[in-house]
Design a protein around this ligand. Structure first.
Ligand SMILES: Cc1cc2nc3c(=O)[nH]c(=O)nc-3n(C[C@H](O)[C@H](O)[C@H](O)COP(=O)(O)O)c2cc1C
Length: 364
């Protein structure tokens, strides 16, 4: 693992260990970050102390969410939840990718060599994460999310990320409906923003659902119909230049339902292999895996730039969350200057619980 121990989510431990026993603060009685004055940043109708936080991933319980809020991350996502219990992929769930410079789409189409450990500094790492969107089911998370909502202090915002589950006998429509079932459960917790994770497979498991126009439109409509006025965020993957028209059509046609776009999720790599060229992550369907961290920053920045350009061109009101490779305060500034209203990190924040404090120092 990188030189410093991971605090928020420790990849050397299983998902269940992290879930049941995390987070793992370095000292038992850390002094919480103290927000002072009035929150001055506005996002989805909420006032925030900072436009920075943690995207869906490293915060699977209210204990993790509460710790993140205490460390000064002001806009954080509870890890993606489902309407039914769902198992986690076999351990390892995080491994370190060898990649020189940016992970271009061309590089991602080839084999990428990965290692279970790394001794690189956190701000330089690129990883793959492969969990399969596990969920202990609504019997656990609905009550737990209420605790997470209660942990929100002034100037902070919790976002509930949800996804649909393909279940035996489900038609495509049933699958899309299941996004709204999960969203309706989330709204019951009192959470003030919902995010739909559209970077999951479509029924035919060909590609992420965010690249299927009809699916995005249908899910957005269905979810909107059950969440009332609660702000809705769509989490999307990277759209290549060839997909620009599709992106534009999705943005234009979902304006009545979606209030913000969060980009990006990971970049899908064709094959994650060990030094011998063999599949590294154990189990079926785990040769391909989503890559995140430093080497995908270029793609997050590019998407924010294009989303902001579309917003200006069509005079739209949606807001933008920039995600991907935010490892340092300089990365945060780059995203903000490119047009992101809010910026989030997952990879770097797993190890650097002071990232929010470091970024806030640049806001003063
Ligand atoms: C450990 C881990 C778990 C993740 N789990 C989720 C998830 O449950 N839902 C989701 O939409 N994205 C998930 N992601 C993707 C992140 O939200 C984010 O889009 C991606 O990691 C890029 O940001 P980063 O480079 O700062 O990690 C996860 C990422 C990591 C590293």
């Amino acid at each position: 693992m990188p030189k410093q121990p991971a605090v928020l989510y420790d990849p050397t431990k299983t998902f269940d260990d992290n879930f049941d026993n995390g987070p793992f603060p370095l000292q038992p009685n850390e002094t919480p970050y103290k927000n002072t004055g009035e929150p001055t940043f506005s996002f989805l109708g909420h006032q925030l102390y900072s436009p920075f936080g943690i995207a869906a991933g490293s915060l699977p319980t209210s204990k993790h969410v509460s710790y993140a809020f205490q460390r000064g991350f002001d806009v954080v996502c509870y890890k993606t939840q489902r309407s039914v219990p769902f198992p986690v992929n076999e351990f390892h769930n995080v491994v370190y990718i060898e990649v020189e410079g940016d992970l271009t789409m061309e590089k991602a189409s080839r084999h990428l060599v990965a290692h279970p450990t790394s001794n690189k500094p956190v701000e330089t790492i690129t990883i793959t994460n492969s969990f399969g969107n596990p969920s202990r089911g609504p019997d656990f998370w609905v009550e737990d999310m209420k605790q997470a909502v209660a942990a929100q202090c002034k100037g902070q915002l919790l976002i509930a990320s949800v996804v649909g589950t393909i279940q035996p006998g489900f038609s495509q429509e049933d699958y899309y409906d299941d996004f709204s079932t999960a969203a309706a459960l989330a709204v019951k917790t009192g959470v003030q923003a919902i995010e739909i994770n559209l970077s999951c497979p479509n029924v035919a498991a060909e590609a992420a659902i965010c690249y299927t126009y009809d699916a995005v439109l249908s899910i957005a409509k269905k979810v909107r119909s059950v969440i009332g006025d609660t702000p809705l965020i769509a989490k999307i993957g990277y759209f290549t230049g060839l997909q620009q028209q599709l992106l534009e059509k999705i943005i234009l046609d979902t304006q009545d339902y979606i209030n913000a776009f969060s980009a990006i999720n990971t970049i899908q790599a064709a094959a994650i292999v060990d030094e011998q060229g063999k599949q590294l992550l154990p189990g079926k369907d785990r040769l391909k895996s989503g890559v995140c961290g430093r080497a995908i920053k270029w793609a997050g920045i590019d998407m924010v730039k294009r989303l902001d350009a579309l917003r200006r061109q069509h005079d739209l009101q949606f807001e933008i969350i920039g995600v991907g490779g935010v490892m340092t305060p300089a990365d945060f500034i780059d995203y903000r200057e490119t047009g992101a209203d809010v910026v989030q990190s997952v990879t770097a924040a797993m190890w650097n619980q002071d990232l929010a404090a470091e970024i806030k120092a640049t806001l003063k």
